[in-house]
Each structure stands twice: as C-alpha cells, then as structure tokens.
Design a protein around this ligand. Sequence first.
Ligand code: COA
Length: 258
Amino acid sequence: MKYLLKEVDDLGILTLTINQPKKLNALSKPLLGELDELITEGIGNDAVKGIILTGAGDKAFVAGADISEFQGISNENAVAMARNGQELFRKIECCPKPVIAAINGFALGGGCELAMACHMRIASEAAIFGQPEVNLGLIPGYGGTQRLVQLIGKGRAIEFLMNAQMIKADRAYEMGLVNHVVPAEELLEKCKAVLKKMVNKSPLTLAKIVECVDAVYDPKKDGYQIEAEAFGECFGTEDYVEGVTAFLEKRKPQFTGK
Ligand code: COA
C-alpha cells in the first residue's frame, strides 16, 4: 500500500493510518481506492474485531479531498466522484464492527465527512474541524450535509456548513460531533480502550446494533421492526446461549460469533 499503513494488534483491532502527511493526508482518488480495499478486507476478516482510522503526523487527520484533482473536472465527473466517495463512506458507516475515527489534527471537508462516517469520533485536544468547501465555491460531496445534521442538528449544521469556520475539539465535543477529547499523546490509547470494551462481545450483536441504529436515518425502514427481528434472531445464536449460561454460572462469557 502506498497511501495507508495497517496494523492489527492482539485484540484484533485494525488501525488504518492515512499516510500522506506532507499533503495533510488529503483524500486523492488512489488513496480512497486503497482505503476501500483495506476497509473491505477488514470487514471480511473475522480476526478483525474493530477498526481505528487515523492520520499520520501530528498536523492532520485529513485536510479534505485532494483539491489538486478538482481542476478541469466536468459536472458529470464531479457527480461520479461524489458518488464514489459516498459509497465508500457508506461502507464504513455500515461496517458490522465498531469503527472509530482517531482525529489527530485537521479534519476538514472530506476529512470531517470521513470522521462522521465512522461510528464514533475521538479527538485529540489539537484537532480542528471544519467544512470549508464554501470557501472554494463548493459544498460537501461525501455525505457531509446529511451526517452533520444527524450528528449536531439542523440549525448548527447549517451554520457550520455556511460559515466555513474552523472549530476546536472542545467546541466539537460541546456540539456532539465527537465522543471524547483527550491529550494528543493519549489518542490511540483511548481509542483502543473504548474498543477493548466492545471487541469481547458477540460480533453478531455488534453488527445488529449497527444495523438497527442505522435504520433510524432511513425513512423507508421501520427501525422498531428491524430491532424486533434482530432481537429475535439473537435467541437463535450460540452466543446468546453462552451469554446467559455464563451469567448463571457467574463467569465471563466466551463469545464465538456463532
Ligand atoms: N488538497 C490538496 N492538498 C492539500 C490539501 C487538500 N485538501 N490540504 C493541504 N494540502 C497541501 C498544501 O497544498 C500543501 O502542499 P505544498 O507543501 O505542496 O504546498 C501541504 O498540504 C501543507 O498545507 P499548507 O496549506 O501549507 O499548511 P498550512 O498549515 O499553512 O494550512 C490548512 C493548513 C489545513 C489550513 C490548509 O492546508 C487548508 O486550508 N487546506 C485545505 C482545506 C480545505 O479546504 N479542505 C476542503 C477541501 S474540499
């Protein structure tokens, strides 16, 4: 891989690091291709229990889509570019394993959108957030207008999208954009600590939670029905039998994902 680093620890936590620090980890087309490949691989690999997405260097998580690719692009190609990015970010959002964005610096434009596609966001105190596309005569194209409203509400989202202001991590926390803010040197450790509490659960239940929570945002879906069915399916799993048996035997459950 040219643009990303990958590492899996002994808990099955896959850390993907976007590794273009000289370009502030801007999302170029080939970089997104590699990210797609690695996310797909992580989803398909049973040994991977959770994913952390971060940026190399101490300056940027991701400073946006690669602006150098925008010049001379036709309307049709711009639509296709947005659709491709949206599809990849949707894949991350639907990942059946928990995904955390470890935001170590600038999360601007497509970088903020990428962070929002992850299930959780943990920021270093040095992180900076913004959707500055309007400064370029553009708007977000990787789902930012949709997910920002979901995360921080319509009024705040419109203000954030229209004023192109950059905000610090503590403000992002107040707005509900991030789950936790920690000193820079504790960022990955905190992400791993959060995932550690999840990766020993049944992967079947974690996947069902992603599916049920996601249904909230799809008006065509009946989330309550999806929840009821997923709840019912749990009763047919070995992990449910193990969970209840372990509780009654006063021991920790050993889930197998069956
Ligand atoms: N796309 C392409 N290249 C980018 C980039 C992006 N989104 N963001 C930063 N870079 C490049 C810069 O062009 C520069 O390259 P160079 O060294 O070859 O000149 C390098 O990364 C370092 O960035 P620089 O602007 O010199 O750093 P800075 O500390 O002065 O400013 C930012 C940091 C994040 C404020 C500034 O880079 C910026 O505004 N980036 C664009 C953010 C944006 O609009 N994102 C949305 C895109 S749709």
